[in-house]
Write a protein that binds this ligand. Structure first.
Ligand SMILES: [Fe+2]
Length: 310
């Protein structure tokens, strides 16, 4: 047999094997645990549990997402944060909010849910002529389940007379259009949208894209939650995520804990996919964070990472 045929057969077998593995991985949920300590957190916040979900993109884990909802319940969160992109908003997709409805219904029974926009929510809001009625239906679902929708807004989480600030940043669509290099964000961009954090108050920022981690740190966020990069689609040992949905290669910001000065950013690898429906060595994840009240010398600890097949 000519060598070219042998080569083609080997490439074909590897390709088909990867597709089969990816098919199963798309529905293999893991739970990743972090612990974040800060001297800004009073003792009363010790052990406070935050569930973070992002980029579900209409994916399902069990019927009506029962497996995912049960995983959140078992993790026992005090609050649940959604960092955008529950659905798929693309020209070639039919309007479908069935997954959005069932997941928000299930989560809202477990703990207060706070929701920040991803680029897909932003798209249907900013292009109503292209997506007629989409945003209205989405807003009705949020209202029905009393979801706290944070669009350039800040709320205070209260416990025993102390507070933590939580903001949802609605980043403009132009910052999602990656054309070979990062678009510059003007100084005071975040400040103009949500004001400045208080110096002694622990401030959590939900910001869908992790690309602007330097800007979030400069603004003064203590803890940032992002997603959007889908864990880099395929993760390689040492090199990490290969590519984002915007075709950024080896961004280094696609999954895990990122440190910039005093700021810690946790990037969820997300729960679903769209357009490039492949995941390899990059299982969908539910992120759980436990807050710790710690002194400055031990301000942040990367917590134990627990992977749990469900
Ligand atoms: Fe996204």
């Amino acid at each position: 047999m000519p060598i070219i045929w042998i080569g083609l057969i080997i490439v074909g077998v590897i390709g088909i094997t990867c597709l089969i593995l990816s098919h199963f991985e798309l529905h293999r949920l893991v739970v990743t645990e972090y612990e974040i300590a800060s001297p800004k957190l009073e003792q009363i916040w010790e052990g406070y549990r935050i569930a973070v979900l992002g980029d579900l993109h209409n994916n399902e884990f069990g019927e009506n997402n029962e497996t995912l909802i049960r995983a959140v319940k078992d993790a026992n969160p005090d609050i649940i944060l959604i960092v955008g992109d529950l659905m798929v908003v693309k020209e070639w997709k039919e309007k479908d909010f069935s997954v959005t409805d069932t997941i928000l219904k299930g989560l809202s029974k477990l703990a207060p849910v706070y929701y920040a926009n991803g680029n897909h929510e932003l798209r249907m809001e900013q292009s109503p002529e292209q997506y007629p009625g989409w945003n209205q239906e989405f807003q009705q679902i949020l209202k029905k389940y009393q979801i706290h929708y944070l669009v350039d807004q800040t709320v205070l989480l209260k416990k025993g007379g102390t507070t933590i600030a939580l903001s949802g940043l609605n980043i403009g669509e132009e910052y999602y259009q990656f054309k070979g290099k990062k678009r510059q964000m003007p100084p005071c961009y975040i400040e103009n949208k949500i004001g400045n954090p208080k110096k002694d108050q622990f401030h959590i920022l939900m910001a869908h894209t992790p690309l602007y981690v330097e800007e979030y740190a400069q603004w003064g966020a203590d803890l940032v939650f992002s997603g959007h990069f889908h864990g880099g689609t395929i993760r390689l040992p040492i090199l990490g995520g290969v590519m984002t949905p915007q075709m950024q290669f080896f961004s280094g910001l696609d999954r895990g804990l990122v440190k910039r000065g005093e700021t810690r950013m946790i990037v969820t690898g997300g729960l679903g996919t769209h357009s490039i429906n492949i995941r390899l060595n990059n299982p969908p994840e539910l992120v759980m964070v436990t807050l710790r009240s710690g002194d400055r010398n031990d301000r942040y600890q990367k917590g134990k990472r627990v992977r749990k097949k469900l």
